[in-house]
Design a protein around this ligand. Structure first.
Ligand SMILES: NC(=O)c1ccc[n+]([C@@H]2O[C@H](COP(=O)([O-])OP(=O)(O)OC[C@H]3O[C@@H](n4cnc5c(N)ncnc54)[C@H](O)[C@@H]3O)[C@@H](O)[C@H]2O)c1
Length: 250
């Protein structure tokens, strides 16, 4: 992983107990940032924070809950006195055909994958505006660009919504020196994709569609997030960038 200098920065990463969020937290910490590690699973958040060191602490919370998400941002800022980087990474992916998907699963997906970014960005935006700037990165998906993903209607809708929210947030927050971008991973090897990857036919189909001929690893996503949080991306906002081995070329 390349490094940038984030040594005076404070970052909050949601859903960082494992997978992509954990790799993002590690990349930010490796570049000198102090990282607040959120996850709904307290034990995994503690584990990640312990592995990162460098002042990292666990902040367990359900970001799909509006009150808990706002309190999370307030607690982190109260603990560290600032908040420069927010990465909205927490996500869930219920699988069911539309005719069978429960209203509860539909609603929960939108809460965690889409509304949480509004809750945390609103709270963090107020803090970053007062401080003169910041960077927000939302982890969306290539599924948010109309890439078919059977039996994941709530997931696809939430990620398309997240890309839309990212653009509006970038427009409004630009005046405050806050950049807001989305990262759209393809298929990445994490627990979220474990079941589908164990299906040989599904795996073969995915690989056939990826020019680079391999699935992504969490650090592949973390590298792009790290760049977007750095001064190297100073003139970059409102974008939704794919990191997918070339699967989607817009
Ligand atoms: N893995 C992929 O192929 C892929 C592709 C595109 C996008 N993404 C997105 O990347 C992000 C991370 O995915 P991953 O593959 O690492 O998944 P993962 O399931 O391995 O990890 C997700 C983490 O988020 C946490 N989480 C879930 N709900 C939460 C909540 N309400 N509050 C706080 N934390 C919560 C989980 O406990 C878990 O630690 C997600 O937003 C996902 O949609 C993943």
């Amino acid at each position: 992983m390349f490094t940038v200098d984030l040594s005076d920065k404070m970052a909050l990463v949601t859903g960082a107990g494992r997978g992509i969020g954990k790799a993002i937290a590690a990349a930010l910490a490796g570049s000198g940032a102090v990282v607040a590690v959120n996850d709904i699973d307290a034990a995994s958040a503690e584990r990640t924070a312990g592995e990162l060191g460098r002042g990292a602490r666990a902040f367990p919370a359900d970001v799909g809950d509006p009150g808990a998400a706002a309190r999370l941002v307030e607690d982190v800022t109260a603990r560290y006195g600032r908040l420069d980087i927010l990465v909205n990474n927490a996500g869930i992916e219920p699988k069911a055909p539309i005719l069978e998907l429960s209203v509860a699963d539909w609603q929960r997906t939108l809460d965690v994958n889409l509304s949480a970014a509004f809750y945390t960005s609103q709270a963090a935006g107020r803090i970053m505006r007062a401080a003169g700037g910041g960077a927000i990165v939302n982890i969306a998906s290539i599924a948010g660009h109309n890439i078919p993903l059977p039996n994941r209607s709530s997931y696809v809708a939430s990620k398309a919504g997240l890309i839309g929210f990212t653009r509006e947030c970038a427009r409004e927050f630009a005046a405050y020196g806050i950049r807001v971008n989305a990262v759209c991973p393809g298929v990445i090897e994490t627990e979220m994709t474990a079941e589908s990857r164990s299906n040989a036919a599904q795996l073969e189909k995915w690989l056939a569609d990826i020019p680079q001929g391999r699935l992504g690893q969490p650090p592949d996503v973390a590298g792009l997030v790290l760049f977007l949080c750095s001064d190297g991306a100073a003139y970059l906002t409102g974008q939704a960038i794919n990191v997918d081995g070339g699967k989607v070329m817009l």
